[in-house]
Design a protein around this ligand. Structure first.
Ligand code: GDP
Length: 337
């Protein structure tokens, strides 16, 4: 995979070498145990150099104009002197084999720029696995000096929650159609949004204005996630480049509002601790499923629950008991050494 030593990879990333960054992300995305070990050691060295970027999550249904919007935004930011990385969380890519960012013809202008780094969604694993890899890739991009990181996601399952959980500002792109807002409200995505953008306003400006009014009314009924910020609703036309500068001003205003009350730091700290707990949860689950006593008892207890011979509570207690017995033994062994 990589002929470079870990130290050379770290130096490469810190000196903003794109190939080194791409290799580190490939290690992060690999499922091989030795690659994972290397990825963790490289990330540990990069971590002190991360954390300085503006992290923006962008979500919306397929076709709403995410890649058009991100390309216009990326070019706008580059012209203002920024360096922009674009990552993605798309758990559906492991099913379809493709990725929302896999097609290189998307964001073609942006991908040709030296100041931009575009990486498709990791294409294997559960949402949790895909999101973890994107989180780690985000840290590596920050260490490589990208000062704006955009994480794109498509409206699949809980991917919005995952992306909102790794970014400073979470943005919902909406179509100016009646009903689009209802879908997002029903799925609980509007609650996550720090900024809502009604895209494709050029097609029917009146419809866009009324969609924006409807969204403002919906937002007014939700409890704001922070007392310091009321999510604004903006109109844009990504394909014409309209509303992009105003959008970035809203991102800056959001950061300023959160920073003024210490809420940005709190948000990042909470995200880091939540991430740790997610890893503990998935680690425990994997250990439980692979535990020999659990694998031995599971078929019979599953059958007992299915047939009504055992209650789910009793079966779950018995199975969890397999794990705690083992933990108890490990504890005793550790304390008697
Ligand atoms: P994504 O699936 O959300 O990434 O959407 P795309 O960026 O691929 O855009 C889907 C289609 O909508 C493309 O044909 C774009 O050219 C078009 N599109 C994107 N933004 C706008 C816009 O602001 N106005 C109009 N009229 N079309 C747009």
């Amino acid at each position: 995979m990589s002929d470079l030593s870990d130290a050379a990879l770290v130096d490469g990333v810190l000196s903003r070498n794109r190939r080194a960054l791409a290799k580190v992300i490939t290690l992060i995305e690999s499922t091989r145990v030795d690659h994972q070990e290397r990825a963790q050691s490289v990330l540990a060295a990069l971590l002190p150099h991360s954390g300085r970027a503006v992290r923006v999550g962008i979500s919306g249904v397929p076709g709403v104009g995410k890649s058009t919007f991100i390309e216009a935004l990326g070019l706008h930011l580059i012209s203002a002197g920024h360096r922009v990385a674009v990552l993605a969380v798309d758990p559906s890519s492991s099913v379809s084999g493709g990725s929302i960012l896999g097609d290189k013809t998307r964001m073609e202008l942006l991908s040709r720029r030296d100041e931009a780094f575009i990486r498709p969604s990791p294409s294997a694993g559960s949402l949790g696995g895909v999101a973890d890899k994107t989180r780690e890739a985000l840290l590596a991009c920050e260490a490589a000096g990208y000062d704006v990181i955009i994480v794109e996601t498509v409206g699949v399952g809980q991917s919005e929650t995952a992306v909102a959980g790794m970014t400073d500002s979470f943005v919902l792109l909406q179509l100016p159609n009646a009903g689009d807002d209802l879908q997002a409200i029903k799925k609980g995505i509007v609650e996550l949004a720090d900024i809502v953008v009604i895209n494709k306003a050029d097609i029917d400006p009146l419809a866009a204005a009324s969609a924006a009014a409807q969204m403002r009314a919906a937002l007014a009924m939700l409890r704001p996630s922070s007392a310091a910020w009321r999510p604004p609703v903006l109109n844009a036309s990504a394909s014409r480049g309209e509303g992009i500068a105003e959008f970035w001003s809203a991102i800056e205003a959001h950061r300023a509002a959160l920073t003024a009350v210490g809420a940005l730091e709190t948000r990042r700290r909470r995200q880091a601790v939540d991430w740790m707990w997610q890893l503990i949860d998935s680690g425990l689950r994997a250990r439980f499923r692979n535990h020999p006593a659990v694998t031995a008892a599971l078929p019979q207890l599953t059958h007992a629950v299915e047939s009504g011979a055992s209650t789910p509570t009793a079966a779950a207690q018995q199975l969890l008991g397999c794990l705690s017995q083992n933990l108890g033994q490990a504890y005793k062994a550790a304390n008697h050494d």
